[in-house]
Write a protein that binds this ligand. Structure first.
Ligand SMILES: *[C@@H]1O[C@H](CO)[C@@H](O)[C@H](O)[C@H]1NC(C)=O
Ligand SMILES: *[C@@H]1O[C@H](CO)[C@@H](O)[C@H](O)[C@H]1NC(C)=O
Ligand SMILES: *[C@@H]1O[C@H](CO)[C@@H](O)[C@H](O)[C@H]1NC(C)=O
Ligand SMILES: *[C@@H]1O[C@H](CO)[C@@H](O)[C@H](O)[C@H]1NC(C)=O
Length: 627
C-alpha cells in the first residue's frame, strides 16, 4: 500500500537531525533509567473492552448468549445518536460549545448549509477533529504555519496548498511546486476539498503519502510542546532517509511516547525483550478467552501498558521512519499514541476496481449492486479472507510470524487435534446453550476459508519460505474483490496499514468481522455489533461467533453427543442466528450508503479545514463563529 518515495529524496532532504538527536536522547535517557527485568509478570491484557462469559459450570451451560445483548445495545446507541442530533444551526452551535468549550470556527454557518443541503446525518460527531487538532493549540500561529510548510520537505509528505480560493497538490522537495510527482493520497485530499476550496483562506495541508501514521512525539515533548518552539527552522539541516536504515524502529519511537512510568518505558530495549516474546505470546493466547467477545475494535488498546503485545502487530515493524516532532500531517489512519490528523482514505473516496463495491470498470460508473453480488441464500457459510503475506515491515527483521495476517492464516490452517471450547444452542434455535470441546482441525475444515494468495517478504519469516508454506494455507488462484461477495462472513484485518477494503466490504451484502489497531475518521459514526462484528486482536472468539450465527457444526454436535445429530443437516441451522447475521450485513450496507458517502467524507474534511484555518490565523479568536 505504499506510494513510491518521491525522487527528490535522492538529493538529500532537509531534516531536523539535531532535533532528532535531542529527542533520541530523551528516549534513551528514559530507557537507561529502566531496570532490566523486561516484562513485568502482571502484564495482562486489559479486559475493560472485552466482555467475558461467566463459566461457573461448563456442564450446565448458560441461558443467555452475550451476542444478542451486544447487538441490542449497539442498536440502541445508534438510534439515540441519530435521534439526538442537532436539527438547527443554533442547536449545532450550542452542542459544539457544550462539547469543546469554545465557539465553532468561522464558516460554520456555511458548513451547516452544506451538510443540510446534502442530507449529512452526522452533524455533531466530530470529536476526532477536535482530538487530532488539540496539540496544535499549544503552538503559536507563526510556529504552526512554519511547521506545516516545512512538513512538505519530509519524505513522503506532499502539500495541498490553497491560494486565493484555489487548491493544488504539490511536491516541494525539489525547491519548486512540482505538480507531477505527487502521491495519490495528496490528490485524493485535493479532490475532497474541491467543492469548498473557494471558501478557504490561504494555507498548506501536509498530506502523508503512506498508509501508516507518521507522527510519534516523545512523551516529554508532548507535555511541553514549547520546548521546541522557534527551534524547528534553525535545525533544518543534513540528510534524512525515509526508512530506518538500521537506526531505530517504530517500536523504539513508539514507546518514547508513553508515560515514563509505563511498562513500555521500563523496558531496557525492545530488542532485548524479544528473547522472551514467545512466552508472552502464549500468555496472550491464554488471556484471550475463546468465549470473550470484543465490544469494539481495539483502536484504543494501550501498547504502553502492554508492551509485549506489540509483537503481534506488523505495524510496529514498519520500515518507514516515524517523525518525532509535532508536525501537522494528514493521514488516513493512526494507532493510539500517534499525533497525525485523520482524513478519509483516498481508497474510500475514489472509485477503483480494487477498492470500490459496485464499480463498473467498463462504463466507469457505480452500480447499487455489484455485478458479482450473490443472493444471501446462495452465499457460503464459511469465514472468508484472502490477502498477501505482508502486514508489516522488517525493522527489525524476523518477526513476521506474529504479524496480524500470519496469525490469522495460521490459526485457520491449524490441523491439530487441540480442542477449542464451543458454545452453541442445543437444540438449534433454542436458548439452551451448551459447551463442547471440539478439535481445531474439524472446526477449521467446517468454518474457515482463509488463505494467503501471494508469498511476499518470506525472508522475514522465521524458517523462511519453507516454514511459511508449511504452516499457512496458500490459495494460488488469487481473488478479485467481487469474489468476496460469495461469502456471508468477510474478515477485515490490517495490512501494512489500515485496511482500504473496509468500506467496500461494508457496502456488500456480506457481514464484516473486523480487527484493527488503527483509528480512522469515522470511529464515532459507526457502531460495532450493529454495522459490523468487532474481533479481538487474538481472533480466538471467531469460532464462537460462527457457532452463534450459523449453529453448531457436525463435529461440534458429535463432540457433544447431541441428539440434534438425528435431525437432518438442512434443518439444523438456527433461523434466528442467520437472520441476525444478515441484519448486520444489511445495516453495514445501509451505513455505508447513508453515513459514509463521498459527500459525508467531504463534510468531515470541510469542518476539519475550518478548524485548521482558525489555527492558521494570527488572531485565532477572530476566526470564531458566533450567532
Ligand atoms: C513552556 O510552558 C510552560 C507551561 O506553560 C512554562 O512553565 C515554561 O516556562 C515554558 N517554557 C518555555 C521555554 O517557554
Ligand atoms: C479512544 O481514546 C480517545 C482519547 O482518549 C477518546 O477520545 C476516544 O473516545 C476513544 N475511543 C474509543 C472507541 O474508546
Ligand atoms: C478433546 O475433547 C474430547 C472430548 O470432547 C476429549 O475426549 C479429547 O481427549 C480432547 N482432546 C484433547 C487433545 O485434549
Ligand atoms: C450419546 O447419547 C446417547 C443417547 O442420545 C447415549 O445412549 C450414549 O451413551 C451417549 N454416548 C456417550 C459417549 O456419551
Amino acid at each position: 500500500m505504499y506510494e513510491s518515495i518521491p525522487a527528490g529524496t535522492k538529493r538529500g532532504i532537509l531534516f531536523l537531525v539535531a532535533l532528532c538527536i535531542v529527542f533520541m536522547q530523551a528516549g534513551l535517557w528514559a530507557g537507561r533509567r529502566a531496570t532490566q527485568d523486561s516484562f513485568p509478570d502482571n502484564a495482562i491484557a486489559p479486559k475493560q473492552k472485552i466482555l467475558s462469559l461467566v463459566r461457573k459450570d461448563p456442564k450446565a451451560g448458560v441461558k443467555e448468549h452475550p451476542i444478542p445483548k451486544l447487538m441490542a445495545e449497539a442498536e440502541n446507541r445508534y438510534r439515540k445518536l441519530l435521534s439526538s442530533r442537532s436539527k438547527t444551526l443554533a442547536q449545532a452551535v450550542a452542542e459544539y460549545k457544550r462539547r469543546y468549550r469554545r465557539d465553532p470556527p468561522q464558516g460554520f454557518d456555511e458548513w451547516w448549509k452544506f451538510v443540510q443541503d446534502n442530507s449529512v446525518l452526522m452533524v455533531d460527531e466530530y470529536d476526532a477533529v477536535t482530538e487530532d487538532l488539540a496539540p496544535f493549540w499549544d503552538i503559536s500561529p507563526t510556529e504552526f504555519r512554519l511547521r506545516a510548510t516545512l512538513a512538505g520537505h519530509l519524505p513522503s509528505v506532499d502539500l495541498v496548498k490553497v491560494r486565493d480560493g484555489e487548491a493544488k497538490a504539490v511536491n516541494v522537495k525539489d525547491g519548486y511546486d512540482n505538480t507531477y510527482s505527487v502521491s495519490a493520497r495528496a490528490k485524493g485530499f485535493l479532490s475532497m476539498i474541491e467543492k469548498f476550496q473557494t471558501k478557504l483562506p490561504n494555507m498548506d495541508f501536509p498530506v502523508n503519502a503512506m498508509a501508516e501514521g507518521r507522527i510519534l512525539v516523545p512523551w516529554e515533548h508532548r507535555r511541553y510542546p514549547n520546548l521546541t518552539e522557534g527551534s524547528v527552522a534553525a535545525q533544518l539541516s543534513g540528510q534524512y532517509s525515509p526508512d530506518w536504515q538500521g537506526e531505530g524502529n517504530v517500536w523504539e519511537a513508539y514507546r518514547r511516547t508513553c508515560d515514563p512510568g509505563s511498562p513500555a518505558r521500563r523496558l531496557f530495549s525492545s530488542t532485548r525483550a524479544s528473547s522472551t516474546n514467545q512466552v508472552r505470546l502464549s500468555q496472550l493466547t491464554a488471556h484471550s478467552d475463546e468465549l470473550s467477545f470484543a465490544v469494539d475494535v481495539q483502536g484504543n488498546y494501550s501498547f504502553c501498558q502492554n508492551p509485549w503485545a506489540h509483537y503481534n502487530q506488523g505495524h510496529f515493524f514498519s520500515d518507514w521512519r516515524t517523525i518525532p516532532v509535532l508536525f501537522p500531517v494528514f493521514s488516513p489512519a493512526k494507532a493510539a499514541g500517534y499525533l497525525d490528523i485523520r482524513i478519509p482514505s483516498h481508497y474510500y473516496y475514489s472509485q477503483t476496481r480494487r477498492y470500490t463495491y459496485g464499480w463498473d470498470p467498463v462504463n466507469l460508473e457505480l452500480r447499487p449492486v455489484d455485478h458479482m453480488e450473490t443472493p444471501w441464500e446462495r452465499k457460503d457459510d464459511k469465514i472468508f479472507w484472502r490477502g498477501a503475506s505482508t502486514g508489516g515491515g522488517s525493522s527489525p527483521p524476523g518477526f513476521a510470524g506474529q504479524y496480524q495476517r500470519h496469525r490469522l492464516v495460521r490459526m485457520a490452517s491449524d490441523t491439530s487435534s487441540t480442542n477449542r471450547t464451543i458454545l452453541f444452542a442445543d437444540p438449534p434455535g433454542s436458548s439452551n446453550y451448551v459447551y463442547a470441546e471440539v478439535p481445531t482441525s474439524a472446526l477449521n475444515r467446517e468454518m474457515m476459508d482463509i488463505a494467503f494468495v501471494k508469498v511476499v517478504d518470506s525472508f522475514n519469516f522465521p524458517g523462511g519460505i519453507a516454514a511459511l508454506l508449511r504452516d499457512h494455507r496458500f490459495d494460488e488462484g488469487g481473488v478479485n474483490l467481487g469474489d468476496h461477495w460469495k461469502h456471508k462472513y468477510l474478515v477485515d484485518v490490517d495490512g501494512m496499514g489500515y485496511s482500504g477494503r473496509f468500506f467496500s466490504f461494508l457496502e456488500s451484502d456480506s457481514a464484516v468481522l473486523k480487527a484493527t489497531v488503527y483509528r480512522e475518521f469515522f470511529e464515532e459514526w459507526i457502531e460495532p455489533w450493529l454495522h459490523y462484528i468487532p474481533l479481538s486482536p487474538s481472533y480466538q472468539e471467531i469460532y464462537n461467533i460462527h457457532a452463534f450465527f450459523s449453529g453448531a457444526t457436525q463435529s461440534t454436535l458429535f463432540a457433544a453427543n447431541s441428539t440434534t445429530l438425528q435431525i437432518s443437516p438442512a434443518k439444523r441451522r438456527p433461523v434466528d442466528g442467520d437472520r441476525r447475521l444478515r441484519r448486520i450485513a444489511r445495516a453495514g450496507k445501509q451505513w455505508k450508503r447513508t453515513v459514509a458517502r463521498r459527500v459525508d467524507m467531504e463534510a468531515y474534511v470541510y469542518r476539519l479545514c475550518l478548524e485548521y484555518a482558525r489555527l492558521w490565523a494570527d488572531d485565532r479568536d477572530s476566526m470564531n463563529f458566533t450567532l
